[in-house]
Ligand binder design. Sequence first.
Ligand code: CP
Length: 305
Amino acid sequence: MNFKGAHIISVRDFGKEDLLYILDCAARMEEKPRPALMTGLVMASLFFEPSTRTRLSFESAMRRLGGSVVGFSSPKATSLAKGESLKDTIRMVEAYSDVIVMRHPLDGSARVASEISHVPVINGGDGTNQHPTQTFLDLYTIRKCKGRLKGLKIGFVGDLKYGRTVHSLAEALKHFDAEMHFISLSQLRMPQTHLDDLAEHGVRYHETSDINEVIGLLDIIYVTRIQQERFPDPVEYEKAKGAFVIDRELLEKAKADLKVMHPLPRRDEIAEEVDETDHAVYFEQAHNGIPVRQAMLALVTGMME
Ligand code: CP
């Protein structure tokens, strides 16, 4: 695909070759810093929901390429608090910037913004739906730590219902002959629409609520936080929290080269004692946000081919 001017909204919009191309561009960014590549360009950083990694890594990526950043980390300090619509906000911000990075609590909001904006919109997470740049950095991390993407056995554990990073990553991995194991409580299962899509693409997948059944099979385990903020009923959250904890005792049953990933932030689903093991790659994963997001910013603004 032609990335110049493209909106980055959903992993569904990218084929296998596009994904590999993004990873190669990120590797080029990591190998060779380009401190003046985006000089004179402005990134708008519109975060309607809390974020540490996505917002700060995008802002850092832009600044390390010589560009500048405008934006907000909470809608309370903007005219949204006076009732301005998302559509009107985007109409304003497109005039102030060359690329927009947006996180918003509503599923589909990034697509709506992209239909209005004349500058590229990059989805930094829309509700429970998609988080495409997280997926790109997840793929980048998998390729770096396993040396390949093809044919891996990948477990997803935790909140598979509300976790947009799981939805996006499973979508991407269907291009790479992955065998997927979905480990969750029944009320937090992977949504049926995603499972149907995987089945249609011939992906081998299994569901279980017993992590001990599968831990020894896996090459990667992708752990997710129970998304408290998305539960309509707090009692349901209380029932679900703490159901799965990755600790050293569990990892004794795993392959020696199992890698533990997590999009972060974590609560208690990975014990801190795991941080010092060779299994842990979640901090490296977050650091990979810089070259991957540098590549995305440079590609959509036409500064990298
Ligand atoms: N992984 C991720 O999206 O983290 P933040 O919510 O801190 O941006």
